[in-house]
Design a protein around this ligand. Structure first.
Ligand code: GLY
Ligand code: MN
Ligand code: MN
Length: 436
């Protein structure tokens, strides 16, 4: 169950239909990255490149040439090499790029400097991700300059350079049925992993042990890489938004916040749950927790077509401010506290972000200066939180160091939304029951 060849082909066609006439698009693959000396990080293809090809090798370049007589989809990639393949694994080679990945024409990557200028020559516009990779910028200019060097023999270099991201990232924002199926799988695997972490959690374990449980549970089902570094913060560590040390012992009486999600078949999931280390919320923890939960529910209720991107955020702010006033953590009138952003001492981030192949996925949040209107097929996270800084002298000591975030992955449907991560308990009663 992954993206079909025809869907990859459809994406290329759609992109080419949006490109100006007389243009060419050039996209590089990701490169292998050294982790230390001669060991590498696990190779991960560039998302834009993968989105258009499904091709999972480094040292490749995709070229789209709308209207080209000998084929619009051209790939450059590593040649087959039996010797190297014994050591480092299978390569598709140019032949495989055509047969298995739908290229019309493919060449060895080592020949790109001879061949690509010929494809660019005569095209007025070049689309590529400008400024993303200085090395690639240099290559593009070198190819173009090699055409400029031949103007006196009649060569016509391109006159315009355009950012490819604009079209491509807009496409990636709207998920197809197949993409949503993969995202639902990623979400389900991660949700079950969070359940496991709740079940095995007990005082005396280290934060990294819960991280390991999550990673293990995800890897067993094909989610071998986390979509981002897992956050496992016990007690006041939950107040550090990007706490990834995960190195401390979990204490009875504390909460633990876990923000973790796997990547599955190139799609991310992103879940946060906060629960008591010993299985029972204290009075203060429960009070804060229930405000965050109510804020999340209010936000999710605003996730529907026609609402703008900021509606869920605004809803969460109101519920959080009302709750904090009720508990006495904020003092004053709700509207005034919202207007003056006094709540930011407790809720300093936004409601969420687009989710897709990237955890913080591509796609604009504003269009023409206005918040984007939500549409079916978009996927976002909804993740309000309250964090009472351990050194906040303005609040009673019993509240200090409590940090709670609840995060789910939500797809916008025709008439509302669907939460993809419902598999992990969320209410105080459900959590306490599971952990009992
Ligand atoms: N885990 C990153 C985020 O929630 O945005
Ligand atoms: Mn998260
Ligand atoms: Mn998130």
């Amino acid at each position: 169950m992954s993206i079909s060849k025809s869907e990859f082909a459809r994406r290329r066609k759609t992109l080419m239909a949006m490109m100006e006439s007389d243009s060419i698009a050039i996209l590089p693959s990701a490169k292998e990255k050294v982790r230390s000396r001669d060991t590498h990080y696990t190779f991960r293809q560039d998302n834009d490149f993968f989105y258009l090809t499904g091709f999972n090798e480094p040292d490749a370049v995709l070229v789209l040439v709308p209207g080209r007589e000998h084929g619009e989809v051209v790939m450059f990639c590593r040649e087959r090499d039996p010797e190297k393949e014994i050591w480092d694994g299978y390569r598709a080679g140019p032949e495989g790029a055509c047969k298995e990945y739908g290229a019309d024409d493919a060449f060895p990557i080592d020949d790109i400097d001879e061949i690509l200028p010929g494809l660019i020559e005569g095209r007025e516009r070049v689309y590529y991700a400008m400024g993303k990779d200085a090395g690639f910028d240099t290559h593009v200019m070198a190819w173009v300059n090699s055409i400029r060097a031949k103007v006196r023999s009649g060569a016509t270099p391109p006159g315009e350079f355009l950012d490819l991201d604009h079209f491509l990232h807009d496409m990636r924002l709207y998920k197809s049925a197949a993409e949503i199926r993969l995202m639902a799988s990623a979400a389900e695997i991660s949700a079950d992993a969070h359940v496991r972490a709740m079940q095995v959690c007990k005082a005396g374990k280290y934060e990294y042990e819960l991280e390991a449980e999550i990673q293990y549970a995800c890897a067993l089902r094909g989610g071998r890489q986390p979509a981002y570094n897992s956050i496992v913060g016990g007690g006041k560590n939950a107040c550090v938004l990007h706490y990834i040390e995960n190195s401390e012992k979990l204490k009875s009486g504390d909460l633990v916040l876990i923000d973790a999600g796997c990547e599955y078949e190139y799609y991310a999931s992103d879940i946060t749950r906060t629960f008591p280390v010993s299985g029972k919320f204290s009075k203060e923890q429960k009070a804060i927790y229930n405000i965050v939960l109510a804020a999340q529910e209010a936000a999710i209720a605003e996730v529907r077509p026609g609402n703008h991107w900021n509606a869920p955020h605004d809803a969460s702010v109101r519920v959080i401010v009302e709750g904090l006033v009720e508990l006495g953590l904020l003092k004053g009138k709700v509207d005034k506290l919202i207007e003056t952003e006094k709540y930011k001492a407790f809720y300093m981030h936004r409601i969420g972000h687009w989710l897709g192949m990237d955890v913080h996925d591509v796609g604009d949040y504003k269009v023409g200066g206005e918040w984007r209107v939500l549409e079916p097929g978009m996927v976002m996270t909804v993740e309000p939180g309250i964090y009472v800084a351990p050194d906040n002298k303005k609040v009673d000591a019993r509240w200090r160091g409590i940090g709670v975030r609840i995060e789910d992955d939500v797809v916008i449907t025709k008439d509302g939304c669907q939460v993809l991560t419902i598999g992990v308990p969320k209410t105080v009663a459900e959590i306490e029951k599971l952990m009992a």
